[in-house]
Structures are given as structure tokens and as C-alpha cells.
Design a protein around this ligand. Sequence first.
Ligand SMILES: C[S@@+](CC[C@H](N)C(=O)[O-])C[C@H]1O[C@@H](n2cnc3c(N)ncnc32)[C@H](O)[C@@H]1O
Length: 214
Amino acid sequence: MDNINREYIDSYINGLIKEDDEKLNKFREYCEERNLPIIHKEVGQFIKLVIKLLNAKNIIEIGTNVGYSAIFMSKAMNDEGRVVTFERSEKFYREALKNIMDFGLEDKIRVCFGDAVDKLDEIEGCFDLAFIDAAKSYYRVFFDKCLKMMKPGGIILSDNVLYQGMIATDDLVVRRKKTLVRNLRDYLKYISHDERFVTSVLPLGDGLAVTLIK
Ligand SMILES: C[S@@+](CC[C@H](N)C(=O)[O-])C[C@H]1O[C@@H](n2cnc3c(N)ncnc32)[C@H](O)[C@@H]1O
């Protein structure tokens, strides 16, 4: 229960998603059994839609974990598609490399080891899509660093922005999450009010912000 949607709505929507890639399904199951924080199914489906709409060729991701979303996005792109993704945990970084090799995607996905707050400055590129899915208190930093590398008309997706409902109501906020909640609320105001962007916040998964760069 993530306090965003009713469970029956989530399961109904998820039941509509066609999953014909057996290997990817098995990988998702494996990640879920280990309680790894991978993208919700319905968020994945939305990302796939955005990839197709943009005909995305270059994606930047903050927060690789074991590589599920990077692999998922890579498979949703056409053959020229490339993903650059950042992971600061050495354990997850190594696991992601192994999983990406296992899917034969090592030429399409580049995993950068280290804190994206610093590592993003070392990247050059021009991206159609950015997917931010890492330390919530740094979303503004990640966003601004990605922004410099986005194509006009590109999209930045920020995951978990409603954070178990806590962002929308103080009634759900737990004391140790107060700073995170404040940071995410400020972040959502920034991406929603700045004239350079058009943002829509969707109650999908744990909350997904979709920002078009004008
Ligand atoms: C929610 S998980 C990412 C899940 C992944 N996107 C997926 O759906 O398969 C967040 C990951 O971001 C990493 N992370 C958090 N803050 C980071 C940072 N500042 N730089 C790089 N990685 C970070 C964490 O170690 C964690 O593995």
C-alpha cells in the first residue's frame, strides 16, 4: 500500500499491461522477490510510451540499482538507442554490469559508478529523456544538471515524487522524513512553476512527474 492509489485500481491497470518478454519478466520477479526498489510496472509502461513518442535515442538515468529500468528502457528503444546510468553503490553497480551483460546490452547501456551529484559534471551528451530515480533530497541538483544536457522538447521524468502520499498531506508525514518531504515539495513547486518547463504530476506508482523542456 503506497497511499497513492487504491490497490484494486493499481492491480487492474497492471493487469492490462502486456508482458511478452519472458526474460525481462523473470528479472522483474527476481528483483521483486529481493524487495529491490525497481520501477512500478505501470511506471515502466508509461516510460515505454514516452520513449516511443519521443523516438528517444539517448536516455540518461540517475539511479541504476541492479539495472532493471536501464535494461527495460534499452529494450523499449530501437537499435541505435543508448542509455547512460549512474549508481553510487558499488555492490549494485557490479550487479547491474553483470545483469546488463546477461541481457547482451553492454554496448547500449553505460553504467557510471559514483555519486551522480559529482559524476553528472563529467558527462557530455544531448538527451531526449532523463529518468531521475535516486536520492530524493537531490532531485533539484539532478534535474538542473540533466537540464543542461537536454534537447529542446525533451522530457525529464522524476519518480517517487508523491512519496507514499507524504508530499500531499502532513497527516502522513513521519518525523524522520520531514527534510525529504520539504525538499520534494520545493522540487515539485520548482518544476511546476518555472516558465522553461511544462510539468504534470501523475499519481502513477509512487508519483511520477513528467516535465517537458520547452
Ligand atoms: C530506486 S533505486 C533505482 C531503481 C532503478 N531505477 C530501477 O527501477 O531498476 C535508486 C538507486 O539510486 C542509487 N542512488 C541514490 N542516490 C544516488 C546518487 N546520488 N548517485 C548515484 N546513485 C544514487 C541507490 O544506490 C539505488 O540503487
